[in-house]
Structure formats: C-alpha cells, structure tokens
Design a protein around this ligand. Structure first.
Ligand SMILES: *Cc1c(COP(=O)(O)O)cnc(C)c1O
Length: 371
C-alpha cells in the first residue's frame, strides 16, 4: 500500500497550483513543428543581451583556474554588484539583498516575516507569486478586489487586521499594467502600521517615465517597514540569468540575508548584472523600443476595435471579447505565443509583451486573422 504523500504535505502546499510560465519557444516548435515563432508571453526584453554583458560573461569563462571563475563558488555577499547598486540608488550596500530573480526575494521576505497565523494582503489581478509564497507558508492570503483592474489602496488599507504581516503591491502591476501615482502610494504608506511589512514590487520601474517614478528608495527613510524589490529580468534583459534585489532598512536586509541561500546568485548572474548596470545605452534603447512598441500595439488594437488596459510596463493586456484561452490557442497555430490570464480572473483578456517592431506586427497580423 502506498502512502498518500499529498496528505503528508504541508496543508498550504496541498492546495497550491504550480506557477504557469509562458510557453517556451522550443516547446511550441516541438508540438506544432513551427519555426519563426514570436514569443510575447513573459515580458522579456526583445533586444536580447547587452553586448557588454556578453563580453563580461566571456571574460568570466576565460578566467584561469586559480582565479574567481565559474568553477569557484560565487561571492556569497555579491560585493561588487551591491556596491554598484548602492551607488546608483543612493543607498548603502547593507540595505540590499540579492535574489535569484526578484521572485526569490519575494519568497525570502515571506519566509522571514510570515507564519501560519498571519494574513498577507495583495490585490485581485496582481502577480500570482504573492498568493503562491503566502500559501506555501500556510499563511492566509487576503485578495482585495481591484479598482479598474488596479490596486484599490483604500480597500487594501481597510483590509489590514491584527493578523496582517505583509502587503504586496506591484507598481506597475502585472498582468494589468496599472500604475499608482506616488502621492497615492505615499498616503497609503503613511497609513500602514510599522509592524506590517509593505513590499513594493517595482519589477517594471525602469519603464516608467522619469517624472512619474516614485522616490521609493528615499521613502525607506520615512517608512522603516517598506521594502522595495526590483529585477534585472525585464528592462535589463537578464531573465534567464535570474537576478533581482530588495532594498530595505539595514536591519531588515540583515534578516533577509540570514534566510537567503548563501549562493542564491551565481557568478554569471553577478557579472552580468554588474555589466548591464553600467550600460546606460542598453537601458535607454530598451525603454525607447518599448515606448515605440507600446504605441504600435495600442494603435493596432484600436484599429482592430479591441479595448486594452493602459499599461506602464513592457506588456499590455487586451480584451479579446471572447475566451482568451481559445484565442491564445489559435495564436499558437500562427506561431505567436502570448499569455492567457484566466487564472488572474481575466478570462477574456490576453497579456502581450511588447516586442520589436516586426514581432509586434506579427502579433497584430495574427490577431487580425484569428479573431
Ligand atoms: C516579472 C516580475 C517579477 C520579476 O521576476 P524575476 O524573478 O525577477 O524574474 C517580479 N514581480 C513582478 C510583478 C513581475 O511581473
């Protein structure tokens, strides 16, 4: 007789649904025998790797055996990357916690502060990793109904109870692209008790126009319970290398660094992140291509008579007026991978990452055909 291992698993884990990642290009190639596939499903940077990153990685691979190459353990403290980030952000290196992508940071945060007796607040239609990390711990997720597809900060503040330990806010939000103005956010932060950790997930921060960017790192001086998380996966083009980070008070960073796996960022990731951080041309081009692509897609959706949710990210969520899952399937047959978001409570929407001009054109053409 075999044992029921599901029943043996922690209660929160028994009901977990695994994260549904965007379909890899190679998988669609295998399944449908297609080539020339366009993937606009995971909000990756369509420009590919910065040439400076490529050079830094090759240099690392060529290091002699007695040097700090990839045969050695990486620098557990990520000294050079943290120093460069601290310079750029205007904070101390001791305020930074590095992660294997910012998903890692989000999980470290939850594991550091949240236990089974706690509640964790986030918004409806917000990033699925928030309920995932909450449920895995056995804590109680509190999903607050959205306001026009975005965060309803008043309702989120009203949802705070004695049990609330953490609040996740994605700004811009994924998958809806909605954005909270800094005044609204500051007013919210001022309302939250200092005993509740507020995680401001700014994965798409670099795409926000400079005049609209919140001074979130400066806010750390005002709000000791604030933690800002960012990533190298999107505008910096390193999704496959997995580097993200949290900026917080030194005290919170010290706690997070106790929970973090000692080598959660590998040598390649550290070198790549450091190199791309110094490549302001790459970042500027990424943002420019994104702005152009956003215009191209919104105009294209207008022409197709499709409504969309205005987005400040590198993706846009469009209402296809019918089952998104079905349109997604039809698009796959046209060699275009997007993201159905029924799991986010938006069954008639598709999330489309902004690609290059020709990729965006392929998507619009394919949509026109399948609708
Ligand atoms: C993409 C994304 C992240 C970043 O994930 P990584 O683990 O850094 O690749 C974090 N938060 C949100 C809301 C995202 O959309």
């Amino acid at each position: 007789m075999s044992c029921d291992y599901n029943a043996l698993a922690n209660e929160g884990v028994q009901n977990l649904q695994p994260y549904q990642a965007g379909k890899p290009t190679s998988e669609l190639e295998r399944e449908l025998g297609l080539t020339n596939i366009v993937k606009l499903a995971s909000n990756e940077n369509p420009l590919g790797l910065s040439p400076k990153v490529k050079a830094a990685l090759l240099e690392l691979l060529e290091l002699p055996a007695n040097d700090e190459g990839v045969a050695r353990y990486p620098d557990s403290n990520g000294f050079y990357l943290k120093s460069a980030l601290a310079d750029k952000l205007g904070c101390e290196a001791g305020q930074i916690t590095l992660g294997n992508g910012s998903n890692d940071v989000l999980e470290i945060l939850a594991r550091t502060f949240v236990n089974e007796s706690h509640e964790v607040i986030f918004s409806e239609h917000a990033f699925v990793v928030y309920p995932l990390v909450t449920l895995a711990i056995g804590a109680t997720p509190v999903a607050v109904p959205a306001k026009v597809y975005g965060h309803d900060l008043e309702a989120m503040a009203a949802a705070i109870s004695d049990k609330t330990k953490m609040i996740f806010i994605a700004n811009p939000n994924n998958p809806t692209g909605t954005f909270l103005e800094q005044e609204e956010l500051a007013a919210f932060l001022a309302k939250v008790p200092e005993t509740v950790i507020v995680v401001l997930d700014e994965a798409y921060y670099e795409y926000v126009a400079d005049e609209e960017k919140a001074p979130s790192v400066e806010w750390l001086k005002l709000y000791p319970n604030l933690v800002v998380s960012r990533t190298f996966s999107k505008a910096y083009g390193l999704a496959g290398l997995r580097v993200g980070y949290a900026v917080s008070s030194v005290e919170i960073a010290d706690l997070l660094n106790r929970v973090r796996q000692p080598f959660n960022c590998n040598s390649m990731s550290l070198a790549a992140a450091q190199a791309v951080l110094a490549d302001s041309d790459y970042l500027a081009e990424s943002v420019a291509v994104n702005n152009q692509g956003m215009e191209q897609l919104t105009k294209g959706f207008d022409a197709l008579g499709l409504a969309y949710i205005p987005s400040k990210g590198n993706f846009i969520t469009v209402d296809v007026n019918q089952s998104g899952a079905e349109v997604y399937q039809r698009l796959l047959h046209e060699g275009v991978i997007v993201r159905p978001i029924g799991g986010y409570g938006l069954p008639n929407h598709l999330r489309v990452s902004i690609g290059t001009a020709s990729e965006n054109a392929r998507l619009l053409e394919a949509l026109n055909k399948v609708l």
